[in-house]
Design a protein around this ligand. Structure first.
Ligand code: ZN
Length: 386
């Protein structure tokens, strides 16, 4: 059985690696049970929640799937036998039953994700992707009261990894750099995955940017002027808030870029159908998805893949007569495809994006011809990816 080690995916690359691994899993004959459980409520409450949701799910699925769901529940339940490290807010469990396709992944997360349980052909990646996009994670080089600090910010928490006092930041004549400065440089060069922010009083910040070791410059994303009167802790908080403000602004800029591009020469596509087709074609630079979006309900047939408008009650598949087509989770399908295609993914709260259908794809400038999505025969709807 595949079993993850219950360490907290703190780092930017850690959660991203898990996401990529989950997106690499092909759909199989059995669906996934995806659980996001509120670890702060305690194990007993999580079990109760899981049981309640199980009863609801078992009611709504074809009888032939009940045994599979039961098996997935046993797998998820066994995952609780682990002791979760402190600081975990959400435990995510992805379980797919079956002999050949058996899959179990447990992720203790420091992110607060709304509790939910889902039974679907693919792992439910969307909440994980939103959490990853929301995390404030960067390294800051902070100049404060003459000293320099390297501080890692992960999920809003700051950890000082090295510091050097003022007189030591440059080598004295005839000497090499002192141990503090070496440690500072090493700390800057180690955390290679995180973006780097340089922050200091207005008069010092450019000097500090100039001091950056050359190998760390590729990670440098922003200089922040921090008011002189703020002490160390308040300065760190100031830089974190500045970073988050800047990210919200970047999200807004992506939405503006999307709107402009959709008017100019078809360099963007809008809406769930067009985006799915563009992603299937592989020519998408950035996916922009509205947070918490819900798309018109569509159902798909697990036997033949046909899609049509959602019909409540027992309306069989129009193509093959399969008794109970399942609801298609468009948002998750799109997010999964984008991850699989290694497109950049931006979540946005912008109202304009909702008016435009809740999702859009920016196509690469250099690939206009190949980026035009190919028409898919409407009768069979979209082929699902996997
Ligand atoms: Zn069918």
């Amino acid at each position: 059985m595949q079993q993850s080690i219950p360490t907290i995916p703190h780092s930017a690359s850690g959660l991203d690696l898990h996401l990529s691994a989950l997106a690499a899993v092909d759909a199989g004959s059995a669906p996934f049970l995806s659980c996001f459980l509120d670890a702060r409520q305690g194990e007993a409450a999580c079990r109760d929640f899981l049981t309640d949701r199980y009863l609801e799910l078992a009611d709504g699925i074809p009888a032939a799937q009940r045994a599979l769901l039961d098996e997935a529940m046993v797998m998820a339940d066994a995952a609780f036998a682990h002791h979760w490290p402190s600081g975990v807010q959400t435990v995510a469990v992805f379980a797919r039953p079956g002999c050949d396709e058996r899959f179990l992944q447990v992720l203790p997360l420091v992110d607060a994700i709304p509790a939910q349980v889902d039974w679907y052909r693919l792992p439910r990646l969307l909440p994980l992707m939103e959490a990853a996009a929301t995390r404030a994670r960067f390294t800051m080089l902070l100049g404060r009261q003459g000293a320099m600090y390297v501080v890692d910010v992960t999920d809003g928490r700051a950890e000082t990894r090295a510091w050097a006092s003022p007189r030591r930041t440059g080598p004295a004549k005839g000497q090499g750099p002192d141990p503090q400065t070496i440690a500072l440089r090493r700390a800057l060069l180690e955390q290679s995955a995180l973006p780097l922010v340089v922050a200091a009083a207005a008069a010092d910040v450019d000097d500090l940017v100039g001091w950056l070791p050359s190998r760390s410059r590729a990670r440098f994303v922003e200089r922040v002027e921090v008011p002189d009167y703020l002490d160390f802790n308040r300065a760190v908080r100031f830089v974190i808030e500045d970073f988050q403000d800047r990210r919200r602004l970047e999200e807004q800029l992506e939405v503006s870029r999307l709107i402009r591009a959709s008017r100019d020469h078809g360099m963007a596509v809008l809406g769930p159908l067009a985006c799915t087709e563009a992603l299937r074609g592989g020519a998408v630079e950035t996916l922009v998805l509205a947070r918490g979006v819900s798309f018109p309900r569509v159902r798909y047939c697990q036997r033949c893949g046909a899609q049509d408008a959602w019909a409540s009650g027992a309306v069989p598949c129009v193509e093959c007569g399969e008794a109970t087509p399942m609801p298609l989770d468009f948002a998750n399908e799109i997010a999964y495809l984008a991850k699989r295609r290694r497109a950049d993914i931006v979540f946005s709260d912008a109202e304009e994006l909702r008016y435009l259908g809740g999702v859009g794809c920016l196509l690469p400038q250099s690939a206009e011809a190949s980026a035009m999505p190919l028409p898919t025969p409407r009768r069979h709807g979209l082929d699902l990816v996997a």
